[in-house]
Write a protein that binds this ligand. Structure first.
Ligand SMILES: O=P(O)(O)O[C@@H]1C[C@H](O)[C@@H](CO)O1
Ligand code: GUN
Length: 244
């Protein structure tokens, strides 16, 4: 995880990009892991696009697949390491935020449509991500448990950041890249996952995911421009009425 914060323009849109994130397994508390999201909110970020590397619990998934996250299970949050524990800062959002639709349906639709246009349909998925603490990978019994509770992929990040973004009123789109297919059977002769395998697969698919994100941001920019020009006459009219 490079640990760089890159500021610039992506498809003409002012963008903050985190090259690597903080993880709970590195020893950081949940509030600190998610602090960059609040920093982004404070400088005006409205839409968060999160990516992660994950293990494919769904055995139909292949290494290298990209899953649009439709929902998550914040397992560590449910069991006490929740990023919003502590005094609530009303400046960001309410004490008890709803998490009914954390991943914006319109952004998910746009992501799938864009992936199709780019010829990526063969490796696109949509499913549920479960966040665990790590740093160890799962035992087969743990993996079967996670599959049974409804998860398609498992990883060590993302859900806490998304919870904090939703609390702060941001829109979220998430991609989970399957870097290894999880072993569900005991005493399997399949090769266990390694961090090297995770990085190698992520690097092989990185260009595709970068192009997907860049194209989606470009489309969002043109939507914003269309909304601005549509809004301008209304704003001008209002101004004129006041003058009269
Ligand atoms: O930051 P993400 O969730 O993409 O990183 C995952 C979790 C671990 O750091 C690593 C596991 O190999 O990849
Ligand atoms: N917990 C977990 N995180 C991952 N990140 C990439 N692959 C995996 C995996 O199999 N399990």
């Amino acid at each position: 995880h490079a640990g760089n914060l890159v500021l610039g323009y992506l498809s003409g849109v002012p963008t903050v990009c985190m090259q690597g994130r903080l993880h709970f397994y590195e020893g950081h508390p949940a509030w600190l892991v998610t602090m960059p999201i609040r920093m982004m909110k404070l400088i005006g970020v409205e839409t968060l696009i999160v990516t992660n590397a994950s293990g494919g619990l769904n055995q139909d998934y292949n290494s290298g697949d990209i899953m649009v996250i439709k929902d998550h299970i914040n397992l560590t949050g449910l069991t006490g390491q929740h990023p919003l524990v502590g005094p609530n800062d009303e400046k960001f959002g309410p004490r008890f935020p709803a998490m009914t639709t954390p991943y914006d349906p319109e952004l998910r639709r746009l992501a799938q449509e864009t992936a199709k246009e780019l010829g990526f349909s063969g490796f696109m998925r949509e499913g549920v991500y479960v966040k665990v603490s790590g740093p160890s990978y799962e035992t087969p019994s743990e993996s079967r448990l996670l599959r049974k509770i409804g998860a398609d992929t498992v990883g060590m990040s993302t859900a806490p950041e998304v919870v904090v973004a939703i609390h702060a009123g941001m829109k979220v789109l998430g991609f989970s890249m399957v870097t290894n297919v999880v072993i569900l059977k005991q005493d399997s002769d399949k090769t266990p996952p390694t961090h090297q395998e995770v990085m190698d697969t992520a690097n092989k698919r990185a260009k595709d995911l970068q192009l997907l994100v860049k194209t989606i941001v470009g489309k969002l920019a043109s939507t914003l421009k269309a909304t601005e020009s549509a809004a301008t006459p209304a704003a001008a009219m209002l101004h004129k009425e006041k003058e009269n």
